[in-house]
Design a protein around this ligand. Structure first.
Ligand SMILES: *[C@@H]1O[C@H](CO)[C@@H](O)[C@H](O)[C@H]1NC(C)=O
Ligand SMILES: *[C@@H]1O[C@H](CO)[C@@H](O)[C@H](O)[C@H]1NC(C)=O
Ligand SMILES: *[C@@H]1O[C@H](CO)[C@@H](O)[C@H](O)[C@H]1NC(C)=O
Ligand SMILES: *[C@@H]1O[C@H](CO)[C@@H](O)[C@H](O)[C@H]1NC(C)=O
Length: 217
């Protein structure tokens, strides 16, 4: 049975959209493409370095061997292994991060606009949460060895609720997932979001707005 032309076009379009939805970064066209960080990235990542100069060290990242710095207001720290620090990731649609928490430390609510994420609790006990686009909270305490998946773009956070330090290893399906903190975006942007917008959005008065803002100088 021959497909009508319009059916064929619909199927081709459907295939295109399915691919566009399920994949994050575009698929590579070669085995590897170690990013040449000396060149300004083009529309979609870095150009490849000359492959005859590539060594095993281009495929290994040592940036998450040591703990990140947790001496800050959040009592947490993060080290990212994105293409910018780990050019071997260029074109592969992957990145990694290490999150460290003192007791009571938090990685505050944020989103990754370009990636889904998996967080693996390597040490400690964390309260991990996702809020979906229809405003449902999915949250519970996670113990060592457990993994949570965070669908692309959704608001999420982790907070150490144990008595010891906690450590998470996160992997993401983009070489440059981006990170946007909800509170900082609204109260710490430059130039500032106008008071009137914050008043009408959060139902806060000017004094409260300035108080929240003062944490994001
Ligand atoms: C890559 O490097 C090799 C060895 O240095 C050199 O012979 C070759 O011309 C280079 N290729 C390009 C495209 O620069
Ligand atoms: C980890 O920390 C130790 C001690 O400060 C330091 O000697 C080492 O270079 C660090 N390793 C990496 C990969 O940063
Ligand atoms: C961690 O960050 C704090 C605050 O910025 C800084 O004073 C301290 O020197 C840092 N510690 C290390 C080990 O880099
Ligand atoms: C602490 O969390 C805020 C978001 O609320 C973020 O903007 C900031 O970068 C974090 N600070 C550190 C040192 O990680």
């Amino acid at each position: 049975m021959a497909l009508s032309k319009s059916h064929a076009v619909s199927i081709a379009l459907l295939a295109f959209f399915v691919c566009a939805v399920v994949s994050s970064d575009p698929d590579p066209l070669q085995d590897f493409c170690i990013g040449d960080l000396n060149v300004v990235p083009g529309i979609n990542g870095f150009p490849c370095r000359n492959s005859s100069t590539v060594t095993v060290d281009d495929f290994i990242y040592s940036g998450i061997v040591n703990s990140s710095n947790t001496t800050n207001i959040n009592r947490s720290g993060a080290i990212f292994g994105t293409v910018v620090r780990f050019p071997g990731l260029n074109t592969l649609g992957l990145s990694i991060a290490r999150l460290d928490f003192l007791p009571e430390g938090i990685i505050p609510p944020h989103t990754h606009p370009r990636a889904s994420e998996m967080v693996y609790v390597e040490e400690g006990t964390v309260y991990a949460a996702i809020v979906t686009a229809d405003n449902r909270l999915f949250a519970r305490v996670m113990n060592r060895g457990e993994v949570m998946v965070i669908p692309r773009g959704l608001i999420h956070w982790q907070m150490n609720v144990g008595r010891t330090n906690a450590k998470i290893i996160a992997t993401l399906n983009s070489q440059l997932p981006g990170i946007q903190f909800i509170a900082r975006s609204m109260f710490g942007s430059r130039p500032e979001v106008p008071d009137e917008v914050l008043e009408k959005t959060f139902f806060l008065d000017e004094r409260s707005i300035n108080q929240v803002r003062s944490n994001f100088v």
